[in-house]
Write a protein that binds this ligand. Sequence first.
Ligand SMILES: Cc1cc2nc3c(=O)[nH]c(=O)nc-3n(C[C@H](O)[C@H](O)[C@H](O)COP(=O)(O)OP(=O)(O)OC[C@H]3O[C@@H](n4cnc5c(N)ncnc54)[C@H](O)[C@@H]3O)c2cc1C
Length: 441
Amino acid sequence: MKYDVIVIGGGLAGLTSAIRCAEAGLKSVVISAGESALAFASGAIDVLGFDQHQSPIEDPFGHIKQLPAGHPYHKIGTESLRQSLAFFQAQMAAAGLTMGSHGQINHGRLTALGAMRPAWFSQKGAHTFSLAAPAAGIRHVAVVNLAGFRDFQPTLVAAGLSRQPGFADVAFTLADIKAETLNINARNAYELRSLELARTLKRDLFTQPNGLHILSSALQKAARNADLVVIPSVLAVAGGNDLMVELEQLSGLRICEVATLPPSLPGMRMAAALQQRFRHAGGLFLEGDQVLGGHFEQNRLLSINTRLNQDISMSASHFVLATGSFFSLGLVSDRHELKEPVFGLSVNGTADREQWSEECFMGGGQHRFSHTGVITDASLNPCYIGQTINNLYCVGAVLDGFNPVQAGCAGGVAIGTGWFAAERIISAMAHTPVRQVQEIC
Ligand SMILES: Cc1cc2nc3c(=O)[nH]c(=O)nc-3n(C[C@H](O)[C@H](O)[C@H](O)COP(=O)(O)OP(=O)(O)OC[C@H]3O[C@@H](n4cnc5c(N)ncnc54)[C@H](O)[C@@H]3O)c2cc1C
């Protein structure tokens, strides 16, 4: 089995790379061991949210030059980052997922704890706040839960939101629309997780011809003329944003859908849209298999082996490593070391375990493990036993040199580096003699 490109890891970074390669006509395959971080993420894209003092940033592109040397944005450059974001937005739109923005500045997105995080793109169902004046035009907020959903606590949302600038004098109404009102037929509706609740609503409420009207009327009653109604994201995965728009039109309310504890429906929508675009471009998505290692010769990776195909190597001209961070086992640690487990690529960790993290986990300090990752050169090529591997690119959360939580840049790094690696591969493939012969034939 010989491919032009093998992408290892099917998260935001890997699929961005893979879609771009497949769209350019390269024979591309993605091998992904399991769910990516998207199933946990908000479904928004953060490009750069905070400066070095942890203050929210309105203009991320204006702040990139202040990022520490070694940050992936310095390697790919701001122009590539802009192009990658435009590419991503167009791909999502083609899959029916509209990603809204506030032009060239960040907006605020609300979290399930009532915090306001700077974001670049948000899905249509989420209300986007002005970062400069988030409470503009809002005097009364209703936070409404559905069927006692346990992973969304209106009191927490209201407490957090009331601490945001301008919200101190805003009135809050807290409510729960009962399962009976929504005709949900589940013995303990409040024990359902977000995905189960969405399935139950689809089965019991939205199959009724007046299902959306029932929900709309219940929301109107619960909201008591609030300027903004905050609800948990539990209505649907597929078509969830369109449902939110319909609900707003029907109820006349301004509604903000908030991603909840995993599984996050907005994150799942994004994962589904990315996979759809990759398959649409002719790519092969192999789910549930794990890459175990590879065969190197001098400065090239020739082939890989997977858990399900240990005796048959898969070879390619180029490879992309997009296996994520500790969360997705793209990086692992034991008592003695931090390492990249697939190939054993050079990682920037330290041998001194005491230095891996700050003593106080939630103390606001920068834990060193957050910066850990695979060391790469300016082309995102890593190092294996002292040699730079020219046809292997590392992208997304597996990279070193940035702290995604502290800087609020995880989504931008994943999309930007994924796209950048694909552009390098496309350019290299266009200049390989073998490909020219194939094209002439
Ligand atoms: C809880 C949470 C909330 C977040 N919220 C946001 C947000 O609001 N905004 C934002 O911009 N970003 C957010 N992020 C971050 C963002 O989603 C991730 O940083 C980004 O998706 C990283 O993408 P990735 O493709 O590099 O890695 P991942 O999404 O981690 O994907 C890696 C994939 O590789 C697979 N894999 C690992 N090892 C192997 C192997 N050996 N063989 C084959 N496959 C393998 C894994 O199974 C996984 O599918 C959040 C992340 C988390 C965890």
